[in-house]
Design a protein around this ligand. Structure first.
Ligand code: NAD
Ligand code: WQD
Length: 343
């Protein structure tokens, strides 16, 4: 049984990936410092899979603790590195916190891999590296645009650090960089999902919290963009589809199928949806109202971006399967389940 170290494994995307890894027969070790997640996520993972993964409350920035932890488990075949701080606004206020957390964690892992003879590395990158692309849909070959926030910059610099490290050690390392578009939704069981800290920054948690009454009104940031209905367009992808791509990526490296020691894939659906379309579809499929008002544009927002997922479809051998309707149903089921737990 192959063993995968998942950093940030109690987080939103990490927990869904752990479930898919366990379902596909991998042994999982989670490392998370719980800075943006809750240890109870392990209960959800166990309920879904029947397996409670090994868990270590460790900060990836702590090299010695990470070294000791990897020693303890031994024979790790691959690392999936989710652990990072991800709030764009906070990164503007506290840039050094973001550079330290996201980059030192990454450097530690890349340094520890050869020490422990671990060869395979999957990195969580983001479509944010493309900024506003000149050509849509955006392919992996599109130019990287200047980052709009320290958070976005950590993803760009992270990619460069990986690239330089891989090319300096071609025989030792292999990596797959995955550029996520906008992950939304939750596991069909509603046992795990997104747990935003405080007031959500992202659209979907704000939509579900407004629908359930935690928030009075959703603010739609602008309706004067150059899009059919004037609101911004994104490529929203079901988090379980995204999670499955990580299993495919790990397998690809373990089975020696990579074409290069470093590969980069877009993880999106190829379908762009506007903010207003998301609200309307959410209301329709869940039969619930989402009170909203149009307000000014949010500073730094990209007007429109969606993926060309052809390379991931054809070369990685992965394709997003879920419909947006199913995805929005799962997001609502998760919010309802959270409300039940509190009562
Ligand atoms: P999340 O905050 O839910 O998960 C990240 C997890 O990492 C959390 O559980 C947190 O406690 C943990 N963590 C953070 N710093 C750590 C450290 N130093 N040591 C150990 N654990 C640490 O976020 P997510 O949405 O699941 O994102 C996972 C990854 O995907 C991140 O790298 C993020 O930047 C990237 N990403 C996310 C999105 C998105 O929209 N959610 C889009 C593109 C890329
Ligand atoms: C989506 C759309 C908003 C909230 C951010 C990061 C990016 C990536 C994903 C990690 C936009 C609109 C939102 C609200 C709204 N993360 N919106 N009202 O901006 O595409 O990307 O998260 O890498 O780096 O920048 O996602 O969910 O914040 O916004 O109208 O209350 O919803 O304007 O058009 P975004 P989002």
């Amino acid at each position: 049984m192959s063993k995968v170290l998942v950093t940030g494994g109690t987080g939103y995307i990490g927990s869904h990936t752990v479930v898919e890894l366990i379902n596909e027969g991998f042994e999982v070790v989670i490392v998370d410092n719980l800075s943006n997640s809750n240890v109870e996520v392990l209960n959800g993972i166990e309920k879904i899979t029947g397996v409670r993964p090994a868990f270590e409350n460790i900060d990836c920035v702590d090299y010695v603790a990470m070294d000791n932890m990897i020693d303890k488990y031994g024979n790790i075949d691959a690392v999936i590195h989710f652990a990072a701080s991800k709030a764009v606004g906070e990164s503007v206020e506290k840039p050094l916190l973001y550079y330290r957390n996201n980059l030192v964690s990454l450097i530690n892992l890349l340094q520890l891999m050869p020490v422990h003879k671990i060869k395979h590395f999957v990195f969580s990158s983001s479509c944010t590296v493309y900024g506003q692309p000149d050509i849509l849909p955006v392919t992996e070959n599109a130019p990287i645009k200047p980052a709009l926030s320290p958070y976005g910059n950590t993803k760009q610099i992270g990619e460069e650090i990986i690239r330089d490290t891989i090319y300096a050690n071609t025989n030792n390392y292999q990596s797959i960089i995955l550029r996520y578009f906008n992950p939304i939704g939750a596991h069909v069981s509603a046992e795990i999902g997104e747990l935003p800290n405080g007031v959500p920054n992202n659209l979907l948690p704000f939509v579900t919290q407004t629908a359930i009454g935690i928030r009075k009104q959703l603010q739609v940031f602008g309706n004067d963009y150059d899009t059919p209905d004037g609101s911004c367009i994104r490529d929203y992808i079901h988090v379980v589809d995204l999670a499955k791509a990580h299993v495919v990526a790990v397998r690809r490296m373990l089975e020696g199928k990579s074409k290069d020691s470093l590969e980069v894939f877009n993880l999106g659906t190829g379908r762009g949806l506007s903010v207003l379309e998301i609200i309307k579809t959410f209301e329709e499929v869940n039969q619930v109202k989402v009170p909203y008002k149009i307000v000014n544009r949010r500073e730094g927002d990209i007007e429109k971006v969606w993926a060309d997922p052809t390379y991931a479809n054809e070369v990685l051998g992965w394709k997003a399967q879920e419909t947006v309707e199913e995805t929005l149903r799962s997001a609502w089921a998760w919010e309802l389940n959270l409300a039940n737990r509190k009562n």
